[in-house]
Each structure stands twice: as C-alpha cells, then as structure tokens.
Design a protein around this ligand. Structure first.
Ligand code: NIG
Ligand code: FE
Length: 423
C-alpha cells in the first residue's frame, strides 16, 4: 500500500490538466475536471488523484500528515510563468506617464529611455538589493498562484552585472519556495557603450559572458530579443547557435513589434519557445504550428502598451501550435506578477476559452520550460504544487475581475500559503 503525508479532500472542483503534454488543438480544452476531488502526496510528489473512497482503499495516510479540507474550493496546478524579467532594479512610472501622453514604447527607447533606464538602475544595485526585490516579487507571485517561474537576466549587459543578476536568481531559488528557472538574456539590448559596435557586443556575449554562465552553471535557457534595431535574424541565429553549443536551451523574443521572422527561426533552431508573436506572419504561424516549439503569448504586453494588435491566438490554436501563456513581468512593458490577470486577458482579449487559457498557463507553459515531467498538471509522480482558490467554480476565476481569491498554496507538498497569507 502507498503512503501519503499530505492530503486535500473534497475540493468542489479539482482541475488536473492531465493528459499528453504539450497540448494542441482540442486537447487544450481538456482540464481533467474532478468533482469532489481528492489528491494526496508523499515527500512532495503526488501519489494519488481521485475520489476519497478509493483513496482509503489504496493509500495509507501517515500520522501527522497535512490535511486540508477543500470544501467550497477549486484546486488547480500552480501556475507556471514561463517568461519574466524578474531580477531588475528601479521602476519606470515616468516613462509610463509619457506613454499616456502619446509617446510610443519605441520612441521612448530611441530617446534612451526604456530598457536602458533599467540597465542603469540594475547595474547600480547591489546583489543584496536585487535579492530583496526578487524575494518580494516572488512572494507576490506565490500569493497569485504561481509556483514555478522563469526569470531572465538582461538588464546587466556586461559580464559582472549579467552574472550578478543570475547569481541573485540562484540565491533567490535557495530562499524562496517558488521554483526559479534561470535564463541568460545578455542579448536583450545593445548596451549604450556598444551602440556603435554591435558586432563587438555579440563577440563579448559569445566569447566572454556565455562561457562564464556555462562554467558557473547559472542558466538553463538562453534568450534573445530578435527585433528591428536590436538583433537581426542572422545575429540571432549566430547567438542561438553559440548558446546551443554551450548546452543551453533556447527561447526567442520573436515578432513582437515587427514581423522579422523570429518565429520561423525559433522553429528551425528547435527552440523551446518563441515568445510575444504579436506580429507573426502567416508563414510563421504555419512553421511554428508544425514544430515542437511552444508559442508563448504575453497578452499583458499588448494591454500595457495599449496596442490594438494582439497575438493571433485563435489562428495559432487552429493550426495546432503549442500555445502557452506568461506574464513577461518587467518594468517597461508588463508591470504585473499576476498569471491570473494574464488568464483573464487571454480570454477577454485573445478570445481563448477559459479551458485553453488554464492549460496554456499550466501544462503548456511547463513544456515551454522543459519542466513538464515535474509540474504543469496534477498527476501521480509530479510535484504536489497545488493552488486552492476560493471560488464556487473555475469559470469564476476569469469572470470575477479585480480580486485575488487565493486560499491555500501547497508547494512540493508543503503548505506555503494559508488563508491568503504566506507562511
Ligand atoms: O519582453 N521586448 C523586450 N523586452 C521586454 C521589455 C523590457 C523592458 O521594457 O524593460 C519585453 O517586453
Ligand atoms: Fe520579455
């Protein structure tokens, strides 16, 4: 007989999001709904999902186990936020106010605002300051139901400050219950001091910073901003190939403002994901949909930048793309830690169904991080990362706006949020 040391019973609805990951097309509708669901784990891993009667027959509950009554609560896998720029210092509300007066994000970037502003403040911050900023943001994420988060460097743009950002993430991962998946994104911008000699910066990235990141084992992924005026398709390909050589998995900021063809490149280079895709072309949609590369949509960015144009979520789903959702949390184009808000935007602005959005924020985003063996659905063998929401049914998560109905969060089978408070 199996043992359990943690049990949650009587959830009014338990959404397991089980099934083959990645999910495409109709499979995105399947959320694995269990009424009166019971779920149990042992040493952090799920050992049982089903009804209570069968639990009693099949599983022995150890003394002093964690026991949670899920009556009136809806259980979901913890959100996997697969795209954030977490370790930054300084905020950009002044730039935001200028945007409200009519300046575009790109006009401001040309004036030296935008990413460069955050590069300055992040370079100035000590590792201790950065860590404390990261920890409070991770707390907010946890309180909004995120249990795994990807986090990128990319506001250092030199050896010391990129390493500082990545080491901060390593430390935060040790201290905080949320799992952090680190990404090296030195190719986020061309730093001011290299503006006139971009190819030298690319060489610095490839010859100096990347080997150090590899040597110190500071990142699992490599990401690059493939965009007009930033890194071209050819430059992106060069960077991506060097990162693959260094053993990193690939993500690409693709087709965000201009249809350069980053989506096609991501598919060709077998990237884990192509992210943004607001300006993806027809060809890009076809290529990405027929690949193993996830299409990560970030609807908070179109919302935050007040752009009419949105990523073509319906078209991507119809063509069979692996659609995932993430916040893109950063101070310039998406100042939100909330995956719940992203879920709501996906439904209201991208016309995704509630079920598609839930799968995209859990199962498929775990795939975009190559963590789908561990998280993203509630299945035997996976981590007990469970969020209990105080809503009468799961559609209410999207229907009732502007509140945070979190009740409890279990991370690795441990209670880390109780009654909406971090323990
Ligand atoms: O994903 N697109 C590039 N990078 C970020 C924005 C970063 C910033 O504005 O600080 C993004 O949107
Ligand atoms: Fe981003």
């Amino acid at each position: 007989m199996k043992s359990a040391d943690c049990i949650v019973k009587n959830c009014s609805q338990l959404l397991t999001c089980e099934g083959r990951i990645p999910k495409r097309k109709e499979a995105l509708q399947e959320v694995g709904l269990l009424e009166k669901g019971c779920i149990a784990s042992f040493k952090g891993r799920i050992v049982f999902v089903g009804d209570e009667k069968r639990f009693k027959e099949e599983v022995h509950l150890e003394e002093n186990s964690i026991q949670i009554d899920g009556t009136g609560l809806v259980g979901l896998p913890g959100f996997v936020d697969s795209h954030t720029h977490l370790p930054f210092a300084g905020t950009r509300e002044e730039e935001f106010v200028l945007r409200l007066k009519g300046y575009s994000y790109q006009q401001l970037a040309e004036k030296g605002l935008g990413i460069q502003t955050t590069v300055k403040s992040t370079r100035q911050a000590s590792q201790k300051e950065l860590l404390s900023l990261c920890l409070s943001r991770l707390d907010r994420m946890l309180l909004l139901g995120t249990t795994t988060v990807e986090a990128k460097s990319g506001y250092g743009l030199n050896l010391n400050d990129e390493i500082k950002q990545l080491e901060t993430l390593q430390e935060a991962n040790r201290f905080h219950p949320v799992d952090i998946v680190p990404t090296f994104m030195g190719a986020h911008e061309i730093p001011e001091e290299y503006k006139a000699r971009k190819s030298d910066y690319i060489e610095l990235l490839i010859q100096t910073i990347l080997p150090e990141v590899k040597e110190k084992k500071l990142a699992e992924f490599f990401d690059v901003f493939c965009e007009e005026g930033i890194f071209s398709i050819e430059e992106t390909r060069k960077l991506v190939r060097a990162a693959k050589e260094a053993g990193l998995k690939i993500k690409i900021h693709a087709d965000e403002f201009s249809p350069l063809g980053g989506a096609q490149l991501a598919a060709e280079e077998k990237a884990s994901s192509a992210d943004h895709l607001i300006n993806i072309t027809e060809e890009g949609i076809k290529k990405l949909s027929n690949s193993q590369t996830a299409a990560t949509l970030l609807p908070a960015v179109s919302f935050f930048l007040m752009h009419e144009k949105k990523a073509p979520a319906r078209k991507l789903i119809e063509e069979g793309a692996i659609v995932a959702l993430a916040t893109d949390f950063n101070p310039g184009s998406s100042m939100t830690e909330s995956m719940l808000f992203v879920l709501q935007l996906a439904v209201f602005t991208l016309k995704m169904s509630i079920e598609e959005a839930i799968n995209a924020a859990t199962a498929n985003s775990s795939y975009a991080l190559a963590r789908h063996e561990d998280v993203g659905s509630l299945e035997v063998g996976k981590k007990m990362d469970l969020v209990l929401w105080d809503v009468p049914n799961y559609p209410t998560l999207v229907y009732h706006l502007g509140i945070n109905p979190i009740k409890h969060v279990l991370k690795n089978g441990k209670l880390v949020v109780r009654d909406g408070k971090i323990l």
